[in-house]
Design a binder for this molecule. Sequence first.
Ligand code: NAI
Length: 246
Amino acid sequence: MLKENTAVVTGGSRGIGKAIAVKLAELGANVAVIATHDGEQARDTIKTIEDMGRKAGLYVCDISDIKAVNDAVSQIITDFGGVDILINNAGITKDKLLMQMTEDDISSVIDVNLKGCMYVTKACLRNFIRKRRGRIVNISSVVGLMGNAGQANYSASKAGIVGFTKSVAREYASKGITCNAIAPGFICTDMTGSMPKEAVEAMLDNIPCKRYGKPEEVAELAAFLVQDCASYITGEVIKIDGGMYI
Ligand code: NAI
């Protein structure tokens, strides 16, 4: 299915990124993980993939640094012989009401979530064009579509990803490259684990499915979008949110 494919997964050391990296490996892909730290979580992801008999590599890189991104992607292409799939998953939150947000709260979230996604995509494009094939999946969020109090910076970054996804889809569809976005609702990960308990519980009232999502469920959708069966889907934003935003 994904045999002889190389996937790059940003933020693949934990949470949704890890679930996607492992799922793609399960389908036969070799996986290059981009993460900010060479920590235990990142090493555990690499080991899990290698134990499945796939090639895996960890590339420590801050995706908001364009030079670091270009260097990491060049190294991945050298080490793996090319890239077939890019999952732009890395993201951060700095939640506050807009009145209280500092310049850093705004710029760091836009730099990582939106500019980082653009930098990594740009770095992979020449390789995709040469192969006349590429699959790009960007992880947005339902709050990029509906907005959320306390997340003006984050929502703007995730809405930006939607416009970026549609533009890249239009620019490169004729080159065999698809670009889609996934907009998850509330998924149980370290990111949501740091939210106040009351806020998390209150969220359930707004989820018709009456449960939170799992990283593995997002991974199934990402895996579908990168396979040949999805080659006629591009420029789409697919929600996976238990009905949170209908
Ligand atoms: P997480 O916090 O568990 O993992 C984020 C990953 O991104 C980590 O591996 C981290 O090292 C990496 N990362 C952060 N900044 C980076 C940088 N500057 N350079 C390289 N890597 C960096 O988050 P989670 O929950 O797994 O989220 C993954 C993606 O899904 C994020 O983009 C998030 O915004 C999005 N998302 C998550 C939802 C949720 O409910 N958990 C809902 C909607 C979207």
